[in-house]
Design a protein around this ligand. Structure first.
Ligand SMILES: NC(=O)c1ccc[n+]([C@@H]2O[C@H](COP(=O)([O-])OP(=O)(O)OC[C@H]3O[C@@H](n4cnc5c(N)ncnc54)[C@H](OP(=O)(O)O)[C@@H]3O)[C@@H](O)[C@H]2O)c1
Length: 424
């Protein structure tokens, strides 16, 4: 039986999960692929530590060349993270004729197009299923099952740390700081969780998803990105009163003219929506399509084995093509020019928490003002004598901006909080 050799760059959480799946499922892989897959080498920068702690049956090397010049190695798995060195390694591996699998979301969000072009020009694979929603096969589903689908929208809970924090605030009544500490204690947040909390991690994954789902490469500076750190226990309680949960959403909505609006940040989801059931560190991607209707992909977003399983799936896709001497399928050949919605076309409904010096007079003024913009205020709910919660009808982003500016100029009325509501 033929053996296909692979090499790891880095051997941490993802690589060790990948190795474990390959070892434990060795027989199933050999039977179903008619071929064996073996790890031959791993590039490590700290060989000494590793030798003392882990069992392995592959060679540990400390130079990339030891992998690139080894002609028996067909697939390189980049599992180090970071940008510059990982990019150099992937480029060098592709130029040396090796197929590449990576879980590196930062790199694939930033340089995915360029690296994919290089791989395609070499007739090689560059797969990165584990980079988005770790254990959920979303990229492959978009590539294959949704290839002909015209998706209207995609909404993802794709950062487990922020979902865990907001879930704990909702279910356990914890403050943001207490929920963050709980996430750290349980290993759902890194020591420095900045990019999880500020929305950047989800934005990177959304950029990758949009490339496959809508064929557009969206620079991160063109996305509206909000963090979850300003969400308070009071917001959770107030939005719940109106029948909503606050979820860390990454959303892309395509309008009828083919323009995409993208945003990342805490948003409201009706309590009876499928995304409301996605709690703790779990991830989900909910799509609405012309032909498929509503579909939700759900699963773990991190973890050695779930992520390793997706890396193995990418490896086996390459192995399959090699064994059957078939062309290596590109992850996507669908590209359209970047077309982002202008602010006067994006439409959102919002949750508002108003503070009113005189409730009755204030409400009268607010209702008239919203009507001027063609939107009514619904579910008006007084909280004490000076606070009112409400849901506005959907209106354009531009109109909401102007309306908010007008409200800010009215004496005795202020907006305490606004959250967008999951769009259609
Ligand atoms: N963890 C997850 O659940 C998960 C899920 C989805 C995607 N990802 C992505 O997968 C990638 C790897 O994540 P991970 O969690 O496995 O990281 P990790 O546990 O920190 O492992 C990274 C490994 O790469 C090695 N490494 C880093 N820089 C290196 C260099 N310059 N030369 C050689 N080796 C180097 C590290 O060595 P040292 O031990 O010496 O530091 C370590 O062995 C990242 O891009 C991450 O975003 C992770």
């Amino acid at each position: 039986m033929e053996t296909i050799y692979i090499a790891f760059l880095g051997f941490g959480t993802v690589a060790s999960g990948t190795y474990q799946v390959l070892k434990q499922q060795e027989e199933k892989i050999a039977t179903s692929m008619a071929c064996q897959v073996q790890v031959k080498k791993a590039l490590l920068r700290n060989r000494g530590n590793y030798v003392k702690t882990a069992h392995h049956d592959f060679e540990l090397v400390d130079s990339l060349d030891a992998i690139l010049t080894d002609e028996s190695i067909t697939i390189v798995v980049e599992a180090m993270g970071g940008v510059d060195f990982a990019k150099d390694c992937i480029e060098a591996a592709l130029k040396a004729g090796k197929h590449v699998v990576t879980a590196n979301k930062i790199l694939m969000a930033q340089n995915g197009e360029e690296l994919t072009n290089l791989a395609q020009s070499q007739g090689l694979a560059l797969y990165y299923e584990a980079a988005v929603a770790g254990g959920i096969p979303i990229l492959e589903s978009l590539r294959t099952s949704f290839r002909a689908e015209g998706l209207h929208s995609l909404s993802g809970i794709i950062n487990g740390t922020s979902n865990y924090i907001l879930s704990e605030m909702t279910d356990q009544g914890l403050s943001f700081e207490e929920a963050l500490q709980a996430a750290k204690d349980k290993g759902f947040a890194e020591t420095d969780p900045t990019n999880d909390i500020d929305g950047l991690d989800a934005a990177r994954k959304l950029a990758i998803l949009c490339r496959l789902a809508f064929g557009m490469t969206i620079p991160l500076d063109k996305m509206a990105i909000r963090g979850i750190d300003h969400v308070t226990s009071e917001d959770i309680k107030n939005t719940s009163t109106l029948g909503y949960l606050i979820k860390p959403l990454a959303t892309a909505i395509l309008d009828d003219d083919g323009a995409l609006s993208v945003q990342v940040g805490p948003s409201l989801v009706p309590k009876n929506h499928q995304l409301a059931t996605v709690t703790g560190p779990m991830n989900a991607i909910y799509t609405r399509g012309w032909a498929s209707g509503e579909v939700m992909f759900y699963g773990p977003g991190t973890g050695a084995l779930p992520t390793g399983n997706m890396v193995v799936a990418d490896i086996l896709k390459i192995v399959d093509a090699l064994v059957h001497q078939e062309h290596i399928p590109a992850l996507s050949r669908y590209h359209v020019p970047l077309n982002l919605s202008a602010a006067d076309r994006e439409i959102f409904a919002n949750f508002y928490h108003f503070k009113l010096l005189d409730r009755d007079k204030g409400l009268f003024k607010l209702t008239a003002l919203f009507e001027k913009y063609g939107a009514s205020l619904n579910q008006l709910t007084p909280i004490g004598r000076h606070h009112v919660l409400a849901i506005s009808q959907a209106m354009t982003w531009q109109d909401s901006k102007e309306l908010i500016a007008e409200i800010e100029n009215i004496d005795g009325i202020s907006i305490d909080r606004i959250y967008p509501i999951l769009g259609q």
